[in-house]
Design a protein around this ligand. Structure first.
Ligand SMILES: [Fe+2]
Length: 318
């Protein structure tokens, strides 16, 4: 793989308080150097005889490659974040920032705070869209390797000294202010719009139970804490439950193989939540059987372990 240089996205002569000299030096000596080094490390890695090279040597090169790849990606995003007037935030991105941070102003304060804390250290301040959550997040990285997995960064501020030193010396506050004055919001918004088209990671699919409604452990907790009456039935298989040490606090265990016997003791006036160990089959089957018999039953997604993973209360079983 040969990585290609990206042309400079911003027009340096239009920037306010950031000179062409600063941008040219950054583009040529830092972005360019990272790209060249990325190509040479990639060639080196591709040419390795992986059967005779030590795992440590492969790992070192791979780590260097990912660091350099991130450096090129983030520098391209940095140059593509500049070139606007920084003030007028278009509607779509303004609404997204308001949705996720409370207001554009609140977003700005949080973003600048992250940058100011990084003063003296190298790193990046990023705004990233996370498709899984459908929301934006501010975050800082102390080197090139920390990014949000699956996230799509849409705005980048380079806090490495080489990004400002020749113009601002150690005055990072002035550099951060200059960056904020030059944000190209239209370009940020366009990247946000593109990022929004990326699908969320695929959820667990259980087509055989697609007609059986589920409930999350968090929702069950909310029902309990709001005082709503709910019948929680642990239907982990008998062979499993005999060695289980704990049970969801508020649940009763019932043998899923004898559901026809115990379902008569349930009330049809209160919702029923069933679950098994991980939320795959038994809890779903129990909920399906109860629904067929006229109960308002749902299965708890993720089962016993999802409940424990969110620190839901449990008690000793047996
Ligand atoms: Fe840089």
């Amino acid at each position: 793989m040969k990585y290609r240089i990206a042309p400079l996205f911003c027009r340096p002569w239009t920037l306010n308080g950031m000179s062409p000299r600063l941008i040219e030096s950054h583009y040529e000596h830092n972005y360019g150097a990272a790209l060249n080094r990325l190509n040479s490390v990639t060639s080196e890695l591709e040419a390795l005889n992986v059967k005779t090279t030590s795992a440590q040597a492969i790992s070192r090169l791979s780590l260097e490659q990912s660091t350099l790849l991130n450096s090129t990606l983030l520098h391209e995003l940095y140059f593509a974040s500049l070139g606007g007037d920084g003030r007028n935030v278009p509607d779509t991105i303004a609404s997204a920032l308001t949705r996720d941070f409370g207001s554009v102003d609140r977003w700005r304060h949080e973003f600048v705070a992250l940058a100011e804390v990084l003063t003296g250290d190298a790193g990046w301040i990023l705004v990233t869209f996370v498709p899984r959550d459908g929301r934006l997040i501010n975050h800082s990285t102390s080197d090139y390797s920390e990014s949000i997995a699956g996230g799509i960064p849409i705005l980048a501020l380079d806090m490495y000294e080489h990004a400002y030193h020749i113009e601002y010396g150690a005055n990072t506050t002035a550099y951060i202010a200059a960056f904020m004055r030059n944000i190209h919001w239209e370009a940020v918004e366009a990247r946000y719009t593109d990022a929004m088209t990326v699908s969320r990671p695929r959820a667990l699919d259980q087509p055989e139970f697609k007609d059986v409604p589920s409930i999350t452990p968090e929702e069950v907790q909310e029902m309990l804490s709001s005082g709503q009456r709910v019948q929680i039935i642990d239907t982990r298989p008998r062979h499993y439950s005999t060695r289980a040490q704990d049970i969801v606090d508020g649940a009763v265990w019932r043998d899923p193989e004898r559901i026809e016997e115990w379902m008569a003791s349930l009330s049809k006036d209160e919702p029923v939540v069933t679950f098994c160990v991980y939320g795959f089959h038994i809890g779903c089957q129990s909920a399906a059987a109860l629904r067929k018999a006229g109960f308002d039953a749902r299965y708890m997604a993720g089962g016993h372990y999802a409940w424990k993973a969110i620190k839901g209360p449990v008690k000793l079983f047996g």
